[in-house]
Design a protein around this ligand. Structure first.
Ligand code: 16G
Length: 253
């Protein structure tokens, strides 16, 4: 990839003040965050060098590095050894937690093309945990679908979906949307229970999501039910922490 960075002077200058209660590196991080999230640097894929930034803002390189590291932890930048700091332009997706939608629908409602890389699909016996989640007899047959989900060409999530074979007899009968396929088979997903937690990616998952090892991610378990309350799907997924916002509406009861 070619490096396309603005001159440091192209980044709006501000005066950082040591007399403010906010440490200098956080003042700088705040300013750069505004510049990135307001789209002012949208035409660039990289930031100017650390030395240039230090000169422009009249601070030390240590302060610049601390500011850039904190923006990296927020997912706004990536650091590449030897090449500098890159602006993270991967798609950022907001998903309402109150609506039951599929990945394909989530992407198309944002004008993104959903893509799937199959990591595995098979039929086997449910594990005790899956049998419990899906209300199955021990060792009843399930389909296991392991998919890397893409928004356009960017990997966003890895999903391992488990569906009883009584609802999905053939794991090779579809390639696109699982939910659309289940609807076509007369087993429409109707309701879901979801649990989210923050995790760090283990090396295998990080490699598949093209992120550094230990990068933050959301681990999501979903149980989806048919209209009559029968469990249809048990999914364990890892979503990139830097690309997904889950939004919840709260009302006064
Ligand atoms: C979403 C669901 C997942 C479901 C998939 C179906 C979450 C956390 N997960 O990704 O449970 O299997 O949609 O998508 O929202 P598809 O119909 O595009 O295959």
């Amino acid at each position: 990839m070619s490096i396309n960075a603005p001159e440091a002077s192209g980044i709006e200058p501000i005066e950082l003040s040591p007399s403010l209660p906010l440490p200098l590196y956080l003042q700088l991080a705040k300013h750069l965050r505004n510049q990135i999230t307001s789209g002012k640097l949208a035409e660039y894929n990289a930031l100017p060098g650390e030395r240039e930034l230090a000169e422009t803002f009249g601070v030390s390189r240590v302060t610049v590095r601390k500011a850039l590291s904190s923006l990296t932890a927020e997912g706004l930048l990536n650091k590449r050894q030897g090449s500098g700091w890159f602006i993270n332009n991967s798609p950022h997706v907001e998903q309402r937690l109150s609506a039951l939608t599929s990945f394909t629908e989530d992407m198309s409602s944002r004008g993104l093309q959903s893509g799937t890389v199959w990591l595995g699909r098979s039929i086997s016996h449910a594990t005790p945990e899956e049998a419990l989640a899906l209300n199955l007899r021990p060792r009843e047959e399930v389909v296991r679908l392991n998919r890397l989900r893409l928004a356009d060409t960017t990997p966003l999530a890895i999903e391992l979906s488990v569906v009883p074979t009584k609802f999905l007899p053939d794991p090779f009968a579809f390639d696109g949307s699982l939910y659309q396929h289940l609807r076509n088979l007369g087993h429409a997903p109707h309701r879901a229970l979801q649990r989210l937690s923050a995790v760090r990616l283990i090396p295998d998952l990080a490699r598949q999501l093209e992120l550094p090892e230990g990068a933050p991610a959301l681990y999501i378990e979903r149980r989806t039910f048919l209209e009559n309350g029968t469990p249809l799907e048990f999914v364990a997924s890892h979503y990139r922490g830097d690309a997904y916002d889950f939004v919840v509406e709260l009302t006064l009861t």
